[in-house]
Design a protein around this ligand. Structure first.
Ligand code: GLY
Ligand code: MN
Ligand code: MN
Length: 449
């Protein structure tokens, strides 16, 4: 793909989306002449001169893939978006480098050396809206507080981020390819029982990335720790017993994320766990097959609970029918998260619960409060499909002590708790007539090579 052309087309779409959002806000009585998108300002640790790792405002990053704080993008209808970049003259810190990317051939670019100079180069933006993390910067630009991230503008802007341009899809695809190198390295370390810390180091090395360049904190969990959904500790002790490894790890490319999970079992793992893992692989493939234009993501989530119920019943963990297991909420302690989420500049991308550009929302079903996407799918959306099944003592406890305790095989559950859990996660592009799995071609399933 010709990156310059695709980025140029991307900016045409993004600028058009911004103009549509401005028109919608005007219709809502919030009239702005344009939008100032701010990369944002750095945050510091309390009472310290050390800065936290900086991540730009996603709406800014959609226009300009430049690292570091303080830059602006000015969107003024009818003109080319302007990037006002801050490249400090500094001998304490290396200024953020310029990425190998054709942005400077597509945007109008003004380079400055200080935030003050950058603000001065914006022109008169007092009647613009401000999007970013620093209301003081908006005030310094002469904007009233009502111009800071007004809901009437943010809602349509967030809405449009869900449908990716061809450029964005390529970035997510490349982020998947980078992560795939790390996943291969982790997989190679399963047989030799490498520690979580060693596997994490092997992942970074294989991807060629630093810790802060990950899409999110890698989850690399042996055995019972796989049941902690966002397990971020990396133990340096040898896995004991080392029967199950869950790895949830992604990467970034020009700001866009991949988000990929695989679970591996070793020969000593409980036979029922092996059956659940193989069953989960089949279920995940079925769920991916349900992704498509105008499909309900909530229905895919509901199908996930039906699939998990069948796995639990077939494994002898629940003594009831799959339908009754779902109906009576018996799958919930085993699957407390949603089937996935939108993916893009943010790992959990904005707008997943929006059902209109105006910001109308669809809340998740009461039985699944953690479901992040309730919006129906459209071509260009990229979502994860990540069914899971975990043995989480804290969530199982009320059922163990409840009226329906006899439905559960507690002896078997107790034998499976040391296995932790299972998650299988791929990144899926919704196409005009179906879907494309961006992950499978580069990260095989646990039994594939
Ligand atoms: N890695 C975080 C998630 O899967 O949502
Ligand atoms: Mn995810
Ligand atoms: Mn994940």
């Amino acid at each position: 793909m010709d990156l310059r052309q695709s980025f140029s087309d991307h900016i045409t779409r993004a600028a058009g989306d911004a103009e549509t959002a401005l028109a919608a806000a005007r219709g809502d009585g919030a009239a702005f002449e344009g939008i100032v998108l701010h990369a944002g300002t750095r945050a510091y640790y309390h009472a310290d001169d050390m800065a936290m790792h900086f991540r730009p405002t996603p709406h800014f990053a959609r226009f300009a893939p430049v690292p570091g704080p303080d830059h602006f993008v000015v969107v003024r209808p009818g003109t080319r978006p302007k990037l006002v970049q801050v490249i400090p003259r500094d001998f304490w810190y290396e200024p953020p480098g310029e990425p190998d990317h054709p942005y400077a051939q597509v945007l109008e670019v003004v380079q400055t050396t200080t935030p003050d100079e950058a603000r001065a180069r914006l022109g008169d933006v007092a009647r613009f809206a401000y999007v970013g993390n620093d209301a003081a910067t908006a005030a310094a630009l002469g904007m009233p507080p009502s111009a800071v991230e007004p809901a009437a503008l943010l809602a349509p802007l967030d809405w449009t981020r869900a449908a990716k341009t061809a450029y964005e899809v390529e970035c997510i695809r490349e982020a998947g390819r980078i992560a795939a190198r790390g996943h291969r390295a982790v997989r190679d370390g399963v047989a030799t029982l490498r520690t979580e810390r060693e596997l994490h180091a092997a992942y970074l090395e294989a991807c060629g990335i630093l810790e802060h360049e990950c899409a999110y904190n890698n989850i690399i969990a042996w055995d019972e720790c796989a049941a902690t959904l966002h397990y971020e500790t990396k133990r340096h002790t040898k896995p004991q017993p080392g029967h199950v490894l869950l790895v949830d790890a992604g990467a970034r490319f020009h700001g866009y994320a991949s988000d990929i999970t695989r679970t591996y079992a070793r020969p000593g793992a409980h036979a029922v766990f092996w059956a659940l893992l193989d069953g989960m692989e089949v279920l995940q493939r079925d769920l991916v097959g349900r992704v498509g234009p105008r499909r309900s993501y909530v229905e895919i989530h509901e199908a996930t609970h039906r699939g998990v119920a069948t796995l639990l019943v077939d494994a002898g963990i629940l003594h009831t029918s799959p339908a009754e297991a779902v109906e009576r909420g018996f799958t919930r302690p085993f699957l407390p998260h949603g089937v996935g989420h939108h993916l893009g500049l943010q790992v959990h991308d904005v707008g997943g619960r929006q059902v209109s550009p105006r910001g109308d929302r669809r809340e998740p079903p009461a039985s699944s409060p953690a479901l992040r996407t309730t919006r129906d799918l459209e071509p260009g959306h990229v979502v994860t499909i990540e069914p899971g099944l975990y043995f989480i003592p804290m969530l199982l406890e009320p059922f163990r002590n409840g009226a329906a305790a006899a439905v559960f095989d507690w002896q078997l559950i107790d034998a499976l708790v040391p296995c932790g859990g299972i998650r299988v996660e791929d990144d899926i592009l919704v196409t005009a007539d179906g879907r494309e799995d961006l992950t499978r071609p580069v990260v095989p399933g646990h039994r594939d090579n």
